[in-house]
Design a protein around this ligand. Structure first.
Ligand code: FPP
Length: 265
């Protein structure tokens, strides 16, 4: 990112504070990041339409979408946002043509092969949300390795949803809590919202503040159902491969201008 742009963005965000005590990681400027979301979730929609528009195979739309993703991750990290959750492959995506599923599976391998060194060097902690057991062996091992390698990192939480479904995540949490009851560790009336959230993939991370879905579609599509309870939603019309850092900044600025009351006045 262009430095003067970053400074401008930080100055703009430093005017308004909603989360006291959050410190800048940008050295001397001590800019206040508090009007930035702590947790951004992105549904990267529109790869297929982008490919069609450019008369290309769908797989190339996903490839271009992955290129774009690298920039968005870098920028999120540069800004000091705590968590970034990305919807890469849903439990429903298996029903797509085999060729497309294969292309997405290959992209997962390519993405980690090319990015893992930089992400690890930048102290990014990778978490895969979703059931890895249904994934092909190579992908499963690659994802486990990325999680293990970066597990001790303390920077950006990069949560990538692969074979993920929000209802499935909640069902798993319910099963784990039911099991704890059966084992006599807790009573059902002792279960709190916090306990439930501690059984989700995103345990110990803030709730989603900002959800962006590109391509103009306005649906949550089973993504982070619990964590998005009070999220601000933005639905830019841009197709994901064209969703630039500049548009991302605009989305962040729009978020900064939203009034959030969390049910209060
Ligand atoms: C939705 O667009 C996008 C997906 C189903 C896949 C998103 C995945 C990536 C951008 C890359 C994979 C990520 C990693 C981490 C390797 P769509 O195909 O439904 O678009 P359409 O609605 O225009 O057809």
């Amino acid at each position: 990112m262009n430095l003067s742009r970053l400074v401008k963005l930080l100055q703009k965000h430093s005017k308004d504070t909603t989360v006291p005590g959050k410190k800048s990681t940008m050295g001397k400027s001590r800019a206040d990041f508090s009007r930035l979301p702590q947790h951004v979730a992105i549904i990267m929609d529109g790869n297929g339409r982008w490919a069609k528009k450019h008369k290309l195979a769908i797989s190339l739309g996903h490839r271009q979408g992955t290129e774009n993703l690298r920039e968005i991750i870098r920028h999120t990290d540069d800004l000091g946002i705590k968590s970034l959750s990305l919807y890469a492959f849903s439990t429903e995506n298996w029903s797509r043509p085999q060729e497309e599923v294969d292309a997405l599976m290959q992209l997962i391998l390519d993405f980690f092969a090319s990015e893992i060194d930089e992400l690890d060097a930048k102290n990014v902690k990778i978490l895969i949300m979703g059931d890895k057991s249904r994934l092909p062996e190579k992908q499963r091992l690659t994802l486990i390795e990325a999680e293990t390698r970066t597990g001790g990192n303390t920077g950006l939480h990069l949560n990538i949803a692969i074979n993920y479904g929000g209802r499935d995540e909640l069902t798993r949490a319910a099963r784990e809590l039911a099991d704890a009851c059966v084992q006599g560790q807790i009573r059902p009336d002792q279960i709190t919202e916090k306990m439930l959230s501690e059984h989700l993939y995103t345990r110990n991370q803030p709730d989603v503040d900002l959800l962006i879905r590109t391509s103009g579609e306005m649906r949550l599509s089973n993504f982070l159902l619990y964590q998005c309870a009070y999220a601000e939603f933005l639905f830019p019309k841009t197709l994901w491969p064209d969703f630039s850092v500049k548009l991302y900044d605009e989305a962040l600025e729009t978020f900064g201008g939203r009034q959030r009351r969390f049910g209060g006045r």
